[in-house]
Write a protein that binds this ligand. Structure first.
Ligand code: PGA
Length: 262
């Protein structure tokens, strides 16, 4: 696990893509491509559950970390179809996505369930990546900041100062996810800046200045550099463009370049 904000954090969210065989092929190719970059970026893959254990074997000696796309907040028991934090640890995960907008939209995730999942992840030493973001309608109505504020307040409810340091946030405007329409660096920075200030207000600047805040939503090699030049953007959560080694690798290179120039 690497929670340093001194280098860019590049995460690939594969969503419901790639069989185990395809996932392993990707991991092998990525390993070959990234070994020199290991100290300059934190790289994390988020494959489907079925590929986790197998991929881990390929990442054992690699600088690339692994995370899962979700978990359930109970320890174990009669919860058909769910997966626990201990199972994810056992499979080799260090990170877990929580509250992705697709989970909120299709599977009824609420800020309350997100909060329970974050707490469970932390008790198992998994770093939660909490995803937040507004819809197009909310943006048009000028409600972006209000939405983000509520998601932060309810999603992080009850967490202490030491816990907040272990959280990663991902600002993903829903209108930018999978649409090809990226937020401009200025639009993204405005929200990231708000998030950082809000965290500092609630938990103290000394505890939150290093919290990693990612941008997600149609990130590609061509827009990574300008996004990562912004002061409060520490990395990217990449969907579509993380499915091919070439574009994912290019994003890593662009992010490192931008971070060096900040
Ligand atoms: P996208 O997805 O890069 O395909 O827009 C990002 C995400 O949903 O995390």
């Amino acid at each position: 696990m690497d929670l340093s904000s001194n280098k860019p954090f590049i995460a690939g969210n594969w969503k419901m893509n790639k069989t185990t065989h395809e996932a392993v092929e990707f991991a092998e190719a990525l390993n070959d491509a990234v070994s020199i970059e290991e100290i300059e970026a934190t790289i994390v893959l988020f494959p489907a559950f079925t590929a986790l254990s197998e991929i881990k074997k390929n990442l054992e000696k690699s600088p690339v970390f692994m995370g899962a796309q979700d978990l359930f907040w109970e320890e174990k028991g009669a919860f058909t179809g769910e997966i626990s934090a201990s199972m994810l640890k056992d499979a080799g995960c260090d990170y877990v996505l929580i509250g992705h907008s697709e989970r909120r939209k299709y599977f009824g995730e609420s800020n309350e369930s997100v909060n329970k999942k974050i707490r469970k992840a932390l008790t198992h030493n998994l770093s939660p990546v909490m995803c937040i973001g507004e819809s197009l309608e909310e943006r048009k109505k000028g409600e972006t900041i209000k939405k983000i504020e509520t998601q932060l307040k309810d999603g992080l409810n009850g967490l202490g100062k030491d816990e907040i340091k272990r959280i990663i946030l991902a600002y993903e405007p829903i209108w930018a996810i999978g649409t090809g329409e990226t937020a401009t660096p200025a639009q993204a920075e405005e929200v990231h800046h708000f998030i950082r200030n809000k965290l500092a207000e609630n938990y103290g600047n000394e505890n939150t200045s290093c919290v990693i805040i990612l941008y997600g939503g149609s990130v590609k090699p061509a827009n990574t550099f300008s996004l990562l030049k912004e002061k409060d953007i520490n990395g990217v959560l990449v969907g579509g463009a993380s499915l091919k080694v070439d574009s994912f690798k290019e994003i890593i290179t662009e992010a490192i370049k931008a971070y060096k120039e900040r």
